[in-house]
Write a protein that binds this ligand. Sequence first.
Ligand code: HEM
Length: 89
Amino acid sequence: MVNYKVTTTVFGERPDFKEPRKILQELGRDGFGAMMDRFYDIVVESDIANFFPQDKDMLDKVKKHNTKFFVEACGGEKEYTQEVGHIIW
Ligand code: HEM
């Protein structure tokens, strides 16, 4: 079960938190990527679709790029950091 307890933090300071590793461990890298694919497919059909590219190739780039962020945020390889050249946090 996920704990949705909300806490306050100070802007610019790294909050004390643990990376949510379990989801990546459970799904594996391929399963995680498939989940992200599916997520953005739903997003572009939703009421906030206008924020996202409608072109399939552009959306595929966003999926791949953002998946790297969330893999890293979930305790996986530093894929996003390697791509953008600076660390997330
Ligand atoms: C309703 C909420 C959100 C909306 C509408 C939204 C929308 C967007 C859009 C339009 C982009 C740019 C896509 C492009 O390149 O064309 C983006 C990028 C991104 N978003 Fe969000 N986002 C939301 C919430 C979040 C949250 C909660 C997170 C993280 C916890 C997040 C993480 C990211 C990341 C990592 C990128 C890529 C940043 C980069 O360029 O390196 N987003 N988002």
